[in-house]
Design a binder for this molecule. Structure first.
Ligand SMILES: Nc1ncnc2c1ncn2[C@@H]1O[C@H](COP(=O)(O)OP(=O)(O)OP(=O)(O)O)[C@@H](O)[C@H]1O
Length: 377
């Protein structure tokens, strides 16, 4: 049974409860819905739309197979909030790219609805969809997809050229964006003269030059070697903190997802099994599949102080008042505060954003998590 906690009826869509700890703290909690999928299906094969209608808008795996169809995306409902980094994970073939292609209006859906803000993509003309995609959506792909015969400047200015922006304005905007991604001085290089990381910066600049509302990134860093990849993740976070886009990001790498995500959706055979923070997926997996998918994630990387603390005041525990020791904030992850608690060898207070005491963490429980004893017991 799928437990998609972000499943919504767009007519009654709430902004949703705030997640506990996320990759970027409480950043996205206040966002309004930016993009909504409501019972979205993408079925490949002949007469797929008719078949889906014949089955009343819902087909089982067996029915799809009997009709010779592939259910790449099956009955997906979710909402993505303004300003959040929403990560989609799942094994190869689980439907991630197809879902993102549907969300971005690149391919038509077979059933359901996709709303960008209040606009139902089913209800707009091909021309309106093209305008929406050109003006509101930026895309970055794994293999850069740069135009090899164009310079960096021309590559970045290209989406503006498509929009019909005059040469002077588009080159000025392209130069600003190139500077923003740290490639100043490379404007007249061709893609082949750049490293993989630099080429992906061009890809990022090209997606950002139109100042999109929604930024889709399909495994943007997976072709890069690990050190460059880490730099690019940091760079991406820096840009996102500055620009506050709504981001839909596909990755195969859970540590990348932990670092970047506000929330993560786990896809499995075309369906979304669960949506949550990395901590929620690890500590409260909704399905056996999610449990299996997250079983190797080190707990220290995802568990927050809030979830490992002993609640209540630490009165009476010597030296554990917030006045005696620098407290841990509730959203901090074990990995980040472990050494402070273990070195101190005494309980450390946990406080909320306002500095109010919530509880305290004990060195023993931190050590247990570091050694993953809890997982084995
Ligand atoms: N154009 C198409 N025609 C037929 N089947 C397709 C098409 N595109 C995708 N599929 C099928 O849809 C399913 C989902 O594919 P998709 O590429 O979305 O998965 P993915 O999770 O993004 O995989 P990967 O991680 O390997 O990129 C797969 O079974 C794939 O073979």
């Amino acid at each position: 049974m799928s437990q998609n906690e972000a499943t919504i009826d767009p007519a009654t869509a709430p902004t949703g409860a705030a997640p506990a700890a996320t990759g970027r703290g409480a950043h996205a909690n206040a966002g309004q819905n930016k993009l909504t999928c409501s019972n979205v299906w993408k079925v490949f094969g002949e007469n797929a739309e008719r078949a889906l209608q014949r089955y009343g808008g819902h087909m089982s795996q067996d029915q799809l197979a009997a009709e010779g169809l592939v259910g790449a995306v099956q009955d997906v409902s979710l909402d993505i909030r303004q300003g959040e980094i929403f990560i989609i994970m799942g094994l190869s073939g689980s439907g991630k790219s197809t879902l993102v292609r549907c969300m971005s209006g690149l391919i038509p859906i077979t059933g359901g609805h996709i709303f960008v803000e209040d606009q139902d993509l089913n209800g707009i003309s091909a021309q309106q969809l093209m305008e929406l995609r050109r003006h509101k959506m930026g895309m970055v792909f794994q293999h850069f997809a740069l135009l090899p015969h164009l310079t960096v400047l021309a590559n970045v200015a290209f989406p503006l050229e498509i929009q019909g922006v005059d040469k002077r304005t588009r080159e000025q905007k392209a130069r600003e964006t190139i500077r923003m991604v740290g490639l100043e001085g490379r404007e007249h290089n061709f893609p082949r003269q750049l490293s993989g990381g630099q080429q992906q910066r061009v890809g990022i600049a090209r997606a950002l030059v139109i100042e999109p509302d929604i930024w889709f990134l399909d495994e943007p860093f997976s072709a890069l070697d690990p050190l460059i990849r880490r730099d690019m993740q940091d760079e991406f976070l820096r840009l996102q903190n500055m620009l506050d886009k709504t981001v839909v990001f596909i990755t195969h790498d859970f540590s990348e997802a932990i670092k970047l995500a506000d929330r993560i959706a786990i896809m499995h055979d075309g369906r979304v099994d669960q949506i949550g923070t990395s901590e929620e997926l690890v500590t409260q997996p909704a399905t056996d599949y999610v449990a299996e998918f997250t079983k190797d994630v080190p707990r220290a990387k995802v568990l927050s102080a809030r979830s490992v603390m002993v609640p209540g005041r630490a009165d009476g525990i010597p030296g554990s008042s917030p006045d005696d020791v620098k407290p841990v904030s509730a959203a901090e992850r074990v990995e980040d505060f472990a050494s402070r608690v273990v070195d101190r060898n005494a309980p450390v207070p946990v406080v909320d954003d306002q500095g109010a005491a919530l509880g305290h963490v004990h060195p023993e429980s931190v050590m247990n998590i570091l050694l993953e004893r809890e997982q084995r017991s």
